[in-house]
Design a protein around this ligand. Sequence first.
Ligand SMILES: NC(=O)c1ccc[n+]([C@@H]2O[C@H](COP(=O)([O-])OP(=O)(O)OC[C@H]3O[C@@H](n4cnc5c(N)ncnc54)[C@H](OP(=O)(O)O)[C@@H]3O)[C@@H](O)[C@H]2O)c1
Length: 313
Amino acid sequence: MGKKERAQERREQRRQQISLLRTIPYSDQQRWWSNETIAVVTGSNRGIGFEIAHQLASHGLTVVLTSRETRVGEEATKIMQEKGLNVVFHQLDIVDPASVETFSDWIKENYGGLDILINNAGVNFNFGTDNSVEYAETVIQTNYFGTKSMTKAMIPLMRPSPFGARIVNVTSRLGRLNGRRNRIANVSLRQQLEDVDSLSEELIDSTVNSFLEQVKNGTWESGGWPQVFTDYSLSKLAANAYTRLMARILSDQPEGQKIYMNCYCPGWVKTAMTDWAGHTSPEVAADTAVWLALTSDQFVSGKFFAERREINF
Ligand SMILES: NC(=O)c1ccc[n+]([C@@H]2O[C@H](COP(=O)([O-])OP(=O)(O)OC[C@H]3O[C@@H](n4cnc5c(N)ncnc54)[C@H](OP(=O)(O)O)[C@@H]3O)[C@@H](O)[C@H]2O)c1
């Protein structure tokens, strides 16, 4: 059997394990949530976000399904409500400050806050072997700055719990700092982004801004940026680094008011983002987000996961 077939076989075995794990219900003892537990999922009108919202609601939580377009968001919500699930809709465009502010006011007024935030909304404009940076600004604004803006808006609203409030960022293996085939060439920059003690928001912002500057002046190709889906990979690398940074900052929260923040890669998923070319279903792709949001024996923060396993960023 060749290397490729062996990798494929391993993937298939892992998928079967995940399917098995998904059939095991979270036990009563682990069930720390109720229908008063509020989970917000960004970009949940379709794809992986829709499935995360669906699975969380199926576990008995109240889910706020959000979408930048009201009509499609309401339609998606109706599908779940017709199944008897506790799902409500609110408009949310994560790159529109007014929308984020209106959403924050609404969640505070209606629920007094939230317990779980899934930062799922994201964009990518490349397929196959394409590597255009035509939409780099939108990609970085949405996947990194939008995620950051939602996180900052929601943290003050996260309700105290002995199990900790949870933030899960849907990122990607493409955003790993030390990926073998896709990484920033500058070793010193990689080390700075890796060192959680000296990592700062300014460093992450300046890294993505320097890429955007090079896109504008036409020099990005010799900038030593990730080689595959450059704008997307860098946006997810920034979101991964931000997860590590925030986990460090949030670790100061007193007992009972902990907020755990992790990120994960859902795999290569059959959604609009891949033009349905992935090999993982949205159902399986949603699993790790739901597990990170609900599990009671996984008090980790600032880590990166794939298929319920921690892996190096
Ligand atoms: N598919 C994969 O193979 C894969 C792999 C790794 C990571 N991911 C990540 O998984 C997440 C979900 O992707 P997907 O595959 O489910 O893609 P998708 O089907 O294209 O869904 C993306 C969702 O994000 C929403 N969105 C985009 N920009 C937004 C904004 N400014 N404000 C609010 N919502 C916004 C979209 O809304 P509209 O419907 O209005 O466009 C849509 O609901 C993304 O973060 C993606 O990067 C996907």
